[in-house]
Design a protein around this ligand. Structure first.
Ligand SMILES: [Zn+2]
Ligand SMILES: [Zn+2]
Length: 115
């Protein structure tokens, strides 16, 4: 059992898409998972940057990639990558979910909207 600060391996992800973007009809580029509470948010390249905003508002310091095949962790506290344990499944959004996503909400000129 890991005792890493900001990491709770028993908490499942909040869903398969960015929590706030799903509520507001937005779209995202890549997805990040809060390693503490399971919040799924969009990355800093996405229009709304909800993962960073969640970390700032909640004080939860560690995120993990929610992209298929990626297992890296990042600490907002240290500004660096770190190793972490396996988290409660699913470890990433479904392979068939498009990037950027979600299907039907990404504008044709989406690359112009990235940060
Ligand atoms: Zn978002
Ligand atoms: Zn969190």
């Amino acid at each position: 059992m890991s005792v890493d600060v900001g990491i709770d391996p028993s908490t499942p992800p909040s869903g398969t898409g960015c929590l706030e973007c799903e509520q507001t009809g937005g779209w995202w580029f890549h997805l990040r998972r809060c390693a503490q509470c399971g919040h799924i948010g969009c990355c800093d390249s996405s229009p709304s940057q909800h993962a960073s905003r969640h970390a700032a508002e909640s004080g939860h310091p560690v995120i993990r990639s929610f992209e298929p095949g990626e297992a890296w962790f990042w600490s907002f506290r240290t500004g660096d990558f770190l190793d972490g344990p396996d988290l409660a499944p699913p470890e990433a959004h479904p392979d068939e979910q498009p990037v950027p996503g979600p299907a039907g909400r990404v504008p044709a000129d989406w690359e112009r909207h990235l940060h």
